[in-house]
Design a protein around this ligand. Structure first.
Ligand code: ZN
Ligand code: ZN
Length: 359
């Protein structure tokens, strides 16, 4: 990972802002900029260098992982070490903090221990803005995570039957994930059957899978720091016409959204493409969430693929396309792929078939 190049881009943004250094506190942003994967640390990005602060528990890990930053380790907390550093250094006046992540309590604590010449300024999404567009190494890692994620669904199909508990299916998928090198699941695996398939976020429960309904399987892994996210929906039992029709409509909506992904297009247009297909099928009111989201170091990150979003698609963005239709108290369908925006359109990363599947 080219941490120096990432920091260089951040410095370009710094030079155009009203701050002379940015305090990065959000762990995925820290990982993005210097490689640290632990759970306590702060990174100060200055105009000419970066300094990483953490406590002694992370001594070995920091020296293994942290690149492109001077390291300050002590017996005090990272925040105290940072405060001392800022108090000693004469050059700082306006230090940006990540307003969406730095807590009010930490802000008060830090301000109290700083000389009055140092001011803390709220900054929004500066590193997230860089993370929007993935570099080649990131896309390669995401591809690996997506491919491993897809294998979990193959495993699910081996065990998913009427009467089997949802949690049993999830457990088999998660066991394979860990055995295959995943650090963790990117979120609690969703296996939602029967009426529960109408809940967009129905975590696997101890319920046995009933016949005569859909099972929504939404799952992902974290592999080498990067997340995957995929949904497939299968039918269990004798198939009804309505099940086939609704599934087909969701699939067409998903394809229409994929076809709408192109650099220069507004994200809201991708959402609108999916919604239009479902409207024509008379199902628009049952599509109750947005079409997708960015994926990378975090399972949900910028950009949002949602109604009215005016931000433009750019090559290198990685997003999900996941329209769904949910009939409360009955069942639901969702199909989700990850795609990477290319120079002329997009490439679908998720390799799993989207044919209607009945078990
Ligand atoms: Zn998902
Ligand atoms: Zn998703």
């Amino acid at each position: 990972m080219d941490f120096l190049a990432r920091q260089r881009k951040l410095r370009e943004r710094l030079s155009k802002s009203r701050i002379d250094a940015l305090l990065v506190s959000h762990l995925p942003n820290i990982r993005y900029l210097c490689g640290f994967s632990g759970s306590t640390g702060l990174l100060l990005v200055e105009a000419d260098r970066s300094v990483f602060f953490t406590d002694f528990r992370y001594d070995t890990q920091v020296h293994d992982e942290v690149k492109a930053a001077k390291i300050v380790i002590g017996r005090k907390s990272a925040l105290e070490l940072l405060a001392e550093f800022l108090s000693r250094s004469r050059k700082h006046r306006n230090v940006g903090i990540e307003a969406e992540h730095f807590t009010v309590a930490n802000r008060k604590r830090l301000q109290k221990s700083l000389p009055s010449r140092v001011r803390l300024k709220d900054i929004a999404s500066m590193v997230e803005g860089l993370r929007l567009v993935k570099d080649e190494q990131e896309i390669a890692r995401i591809r690996d995570a997506v491919n491993l994620g897809a294998r979990l669904f193959d495993r699910a199909l081996q065990v998913l039957r009427e009467g089997v508990r949802e949690s049993e299916v999830a457990a088999e998928m998660e066991l394979l994930a860990r055995r295959s090198g995943a650090e963790a699941m990117s979120f609690p695996t969703i296996i939602a059957s029967g009426e529960r398939s109408a809940l967009p976020h129905g975590r696997a429960s101890s319920q046995g899978i009933p016949s005569g309904g859909f099972v929504v399987c939404d799952f992902g892994v974290i592999l080498a720091s990067y997340c995957s996210d995929e949904t497939r929906t299968v039918w269990v039992g004798p198939v009804t016409d309505q099940a086939r029709q609704v599934y087909q409509a969701v699939r067409e909506a998903q394809q229409a959204a994929i076809d709408a992904v192109r650099p220069g297009r507004m994200l809201g247009e991708v959402d609108a493409a999916a919604r239009k297909v479902l409207q024509q099928a008379g199902l628009k009111q049952y599509f109750t969430h947005s079409t997708g989201h960015g994926v990378g170091l975090e399972i949900h990150e910028a950009p949002r693929v949602a109604e009215g979003q005016k931000d433009l698609l750019r090559p290198g963005m990685v997003i999900t396309i996941e329209p769904g239709v949910y009939f409360p108290g009955k069942w639901g369908v969702r199909v989700e792929d990850m795609v990477v925006v290319t120079a002329s359109g997009c490439q679908v990363l998720t390799p799993t078939s989207k044919e209607f599947l009945a078990i």
